[in-house]
Design a binder for this molecule. Sequence first.
Ligand code: ZN
Length: 239
Amino acid sequence: MTASLSDDRALVLFSGGQDSTTCLAWALRRFAEVETVGFDYGQRHAVELECRVGIREALLRGTALPGDRLGPDHMIPLEALGRISETALTREVEIATAESGLPTTFVPGRNLVFLTFAAALAYRRGCRHIVLGVCETDYSGYPDCRDDTIKAMQVALNLGLEARLVLHTPLMWRDKAATFALAEEIGGAELLNLVIEQTHTCYLGDRMHRHDWGYGCGTCPACRLRADGFARWTAESKR
Ligand code: ZN
C-alpha cells in the first residue's frame, strides 16, 4: 500500500512570519494547488497566528502571485507541546541563552512534531510536497532546523507512512537578507510590501512599533535578525 499523492499539490507550514510567508509565495509559483497548515501550541503571543489570516487574504486578492492556487488552511491544536515546554515563547521566561547553550526560545523537538502532523495531513490531502521555512544559515541554535534533521525526517516519515513525500526547504541556505531578496524576486514590490507590513517575527508580539523592516519591538533576537537582514539587503540592492 502506497499513498496516493499528487505531484501538483503542496502543503506549506505557515506561521504568519516572514520565512513561512516567503515559502508560501515560493510554493504558489511552483504548485497548482497549495494548502497551508498552522499550529497552535499555546504561543504566548497569538499575534502571529492572527497575521496568517490577513496574509492569506492578501495573497488571494493580490496580483503578484497566482492566488487562485491557494487552497484551504488547516489549524492543528498542539497545546500539549506548549505544556511540556518551559520556553520563552510559551511561558513568561526571559529570552536568553539557557544552561544548555540553546536560546530559551527553543521548544524542544518542535519542528519534528510539526513535520509529523504535517505529513499526516499531507497524506490525507494527497499532497506530495511539504514546504517549510527552516534555515541553517541564520542559525539560532535550533537543532531541528538543520538540513540533516529535515532530510532524516523525510526518510523517517516516508518509511513510517509508506509514502514518497518530498520536504522542501527553500530558505535552508539563505540568510535573512537573501530571504528579503527572494520575496522580491518571487512577487516583486507587492510581495515585499506584504512581507514588511503583515508578517510577524517579534518574540514579544509587538505590533505597535513600525520600522522600515516591519513591526516589532526592535530589540528581541528575532527583531534584530530581521532588522539586520533588511539593512544588509537594502545596502546590497543599492549597490
Ligand atoms: Zn521583537
